[in-house]
Design a protein around this ligand. Structure first.
Ligand code: GLU
Length: 447
């Protein structure tokens, strides 16, 4: 297999699908050498099959806004790969959603899920619906309309959606309500991220952020460092950033920045529990503005309009918002301000130039598919609880999550250790995930 040849074919076939092409390129570059040591992979055309989604559903979603106007959006579900388990992955509601974005996310999800140690295939879905400024009633009507199409494609042993950007506990509730009405079954295992009184797992809301900090701890401990006492800049203020901030503070770090599309809030004294709670209020308001934090906590949070979290002095950067949110110039700015570690919590949060910059300047870097896998892993734990009709305690879930994150770190070290003893976490995560999916595909024949 030659990465350049496969990329040329995909570029010709899917021109302009930039996020998808970027995600595929990164994985192929990492695995090329290992792949070419396995002629049986080449014979079964594993790579050519793996880069294509199994299928994509596209549907119209029509709903009525608070003014009584008819609104139309497009909904999607990309079922990417089911070699190691049923399709699993979140739903993203964001104005920029396109098939390219969901194909990149579904592709990443396939390898991420393989790393979790749990049997889950890869999928992603969502819509170009923009939640900004929408009322709660509008969110509900949109979710209901979306589910009237989606419900035919999903099932507890078939495809299990969950949340992602723009889809949290509230949206999962509305989606599940409509699913239940249409299917006439109390099939809790069909969605994850549910409320804790109706089949959801404790700690699922916190899991992505908690898992990211457990992974970061593992990375730092390997080189004799610790999260305690570090200044952390994180981007975003949604569910992922919230969980990361909570765990970072619990571990003794100081969170000095949170950001939004409007700018960054610098918090020189470190984020407080009240501010962490307020992140949930900001998310629920659908205003999409981090400046609200500075208005609520004057003197403690200082708003800089149009600036990114990466302009704030820190030791560790945790991108928690959106793909490609950290550019090469941002990486340089971080480094010049003393940052020495970046753990990507958002999916493909760093541009390829930023990753190259970190890796060539001795800045520790780990990719999203390893760092943020605690979210989907805890979704997997929710599926187990649903299948057994039981619920575990917070302690049980947290122990399992911790164990899974340690195991993901171990897999990265196993496959990513370089001749000089350092660890290339990008390579490690990609090769570990790839080998598992490729082996399963090979054993299941040409389908
Ligand atoms: N959207 C999350 C992710 O990117 C979670 C998916 C899930 O829980 O299925 O992994």
């Amino acid at each position: 297999m030659k990465t350049s040849e496969i990329m040329a074919t995909l570029q010709a076939k899917y021109p302009g699908e930039n996020e998808y092409l970027q995600a595929v390129q990164e994985v192929l570059e990492s695995v090329e050498e290992v792949y070419n040591q396995h002629p049986e992979f080449e014979q079964a055309k594993i790579v050519e099959r793996m880069v294509e989604p199994d299928r994509i559903f596209t549907f119209r979603v029509t709903w009525i806004d608070d003014e009584g106007c008819v609104q139309t959006n497009t909904g999607y579900r990309v079922q990417f790969n089911s070699a190691i388990g049923p399709y699993k992955g979140g739903l993203r509601f964001h104005k920029a959603v396109t098939p390219s974005m969901l194909k990149f996310l579904g592709f990443e999800q396939t390898f991420k899920n393989a790393l979790t140690t749990l049997p889950m295939g890869g999928a992603k879905g969502g819509s170009d619906f923009n939640p900004r400024g929408r009322s709660d009633a509008e969110i509900m009507r949109f979710c209901q309309a979306f589910m009237t199409e989606l419900w035919q494609c999903i099932g507890p042993d078939q495809d299990i959606p969950a949340g992602d950007v723009g889809v949290g506990g509230r949206e999962i509730g509305y989606l599940y309500g409509m699913y239940k009405k249409l299917a006439r079954e109390y099939n809790t295992g069909v969605l994850t991220g549910k409320g804790s009184t109706w089949g959801g797992s404790v700690l699922r809301p916190e899991a992505t952020g908690y898992g990211a900090l457990y992974f970061t701890e593992n990375l730092l401990h390997r080189v004799g460092k610790d999260v305690k006492g570090c200044r952390i800049a994180l981007s975003g203020f949604g569910n992922v950033a919230w969980g990361a901030a909570k765990k970072a503070v619990e571990l003794g770090a100081k969170v000095v920045a949170v950001s939004g599309p409007d700018g960054v809030c610098e918090i020189p004294g470190g984020i407080t529990p009240e501010m962490i709670d307020y992140m949930l209020v900001m998310r629920a308001s659908n205003r999409d503005r981090v400046e609200d934090m500075a208005d609520k906590f004057p003197g403690q949070a200082i708003f800089h309009a149009g600036k990114k979290a990466w302009s704030v002095k820190c030791d560790i950067a945790l991108p928690c918002a959106f793909q490609n949110e950290l550019s090469e110039a941002d990486a340089e700015e971080l480094a010049s301000n003393g940052c020495w570690c970046c753990c990507e919590v958002s999916n493909m949060g760093c541009q390829p130039g930023a990753i190259r910059y970190f890796q060539s300047h001795g800045i520790y870097f780990a990719p999203g598919k390893a760092v943020n896998a605690g979210g989907v892993a805890t979704s997997g734990l929710e599926m187990t609880q649903n299948a057994e009709h039981i619920s575990w305690s917070g302690k049980e879930v947290d122990e399992k999550l911790h164990f899974i994150m340690n195991s993901i770190h171990e897999q990265c070290v196993k496959y990513g250790t370089q001749p000089d003893g350092s660890v290339d976490y990008v390579k490690g995560a990609n090769i570990a995930g790839f080998m598992k999916v490729a082996t399963a595909m090979l054993e299941q024949g040409i389908i």
